[in-house]
Design a protein around this ligand. Structure first.
Ligand SMILES: C[C@@]1(CC(=O)O)C2=NC(=C\c3[nH]c(c(CCC(=O)O)c3CC(=O)O)Cc3[nH]c(c(CC(=O)O)c3CCC(=O)O)/C=C3\N/C(=C\2)[C@@H](CCC(=O)O)[C@]3(C)CC(=O)O)/[C@H]1CCC(=O)O
Ligand SMILES: NC(=O)c1ccc[n+]([C@@H]2O[C@H](COP(=O)([O-])OP(=O)(O)OC[C@H]3O[C@@H](n4cnc5c(N)ncnc54)[C@H](O)[C@@H]3O)[C@@H](O)[C@H]2O)c1
Length: 217
């Protein structure tokens, strides 16, 4: 089942600082969570992220699971090339009811990582084969990305941003769920908003959406 984790303001500990850590960290960076990497050695990319203050880093070889009680993370991702250690960490996380992921142990991890096609940090499309073939996920991602770029336009992304503002306003000003839905649909299908977005007049498109909301009865 593909779900979206809410990691807002949570601490995520990543053990290991190699290739796999890089992949997991780059997904986490989009989540507005704190990231602490603990690893005895780190790749250039991980070092750069530390220098840019995007992540915290502890250069340390993990030998036991004391870091769990020390940092009390919400989630633990272990990416070391030491299978025994990864296993020890995932077992301890489970005992402590902490969400856990191990790069070499999909069966015992609490979640999986699909291949993600991202549009402007606004739309994410996931490709997943249920662990059958990561390489095929990668291939299908590359194929789909080209086709989807034709389908999903800048205008769609702008409309999503307008809808975000409009939904907040609608939740405060229109009490009925059915009416809110109708009003938001009207904004999506409004020709004037559509044209303003196409002309790059995003502020005016937002204003027009708010006018529709204000006049809704
Ligand atoms: C899609 C993607 C997303 C991402 O990683 O973010 C992803 N793997 C990617 C690439 C990739 N990974 C591997 C290869 C080499 C070929 C091969 O082995 O097949 C390639 C291809 C390449 O690199 O070219 C090796 C590998 N992968 C896993 C294991 C462990 C095991 O199977 O036990 C091993 C063996 C390690 C070893 O041999 O030591 C396990 C998983 N990999 C998953 C995701 C999950 C299932 C996803 C699904 O079913 O769709 C799962 C189950 C992990 C999970 O639970 O999250 C990303 C491409 C996306 C992109 O590039 O955008
Ligand atoms: N899920 C996937 O898609 C996928 C893909 C490739 C590899 N893997 C698996 O992920 C694991 C890691 O692969 P990688 O390519 O990132 O390896 P890597 O060698 O690039 O990185 C391993 C990192 O772990 C650190 N480390 C090792 N022992 C440690 C310890 N005791 N304490 C702290 N840090 C320690 C190393 O310093 C290094 O930074 C492998 O077990 C591999 O089988 C999974």
């Amino acid at each position: 089942m593909i779900v979206d984790l809410n990691l807002q303001n949570k601490l995520v500990v990543v053990i290991g600082g190699g290739n796999e850590a890089e992949k997991r960290i780059s997904s986490l960076l989009k989540q507005n969570c704190s990231i602490l990497v603990i690893s005895d050695s780190t790749s250039t990319k991980v070092n750069k992220l530390f220098k840019a203050k995007k992540i915290k880093l502890k250069k340390q070889k993990i030998q036991d699971i004391r870091f769990i009680s020390e940092f009390k993370p919400h989630m633990i991702i272990t990416t070391t090339n030491d299978k025994k250690l990864n296993h020890k960490i995932i077992n301890a996380s489970k005992r402590k009811k902490i969400i856990a992921y191990s790069s070499d142990n999909p069966e015992e991890s609490d979640f999986s990582n699909p291949a993600i096609i991202d549009f402007d940090n606004t739309i994410q499309i996931a490709i997943f084969t249920g662990g059958q073939s990561p390489a095929m996920s990668k291939k299908i991602k590359a194929k789909s990305e080209e086709a989807l770029k034709e389908l999903i336009t800048k205008e769609d992304i702008a409309q999503i941003k307008i809808q975000k503002i409009a939904r907040k306003f609608a939740k405060e000003s229109i009490p009925s769920h059915t009416q809110r839905r109708e009003c938001l649909r009207k904004i999506i299908n409004d020709n004037e908003i559509d044209q303003l977005i196409k002309d790059g007049q995003i502020k005016d498109a937002e204003k027009r959406a708010i006018t529709i909301l204000r006049n809704w009865k």
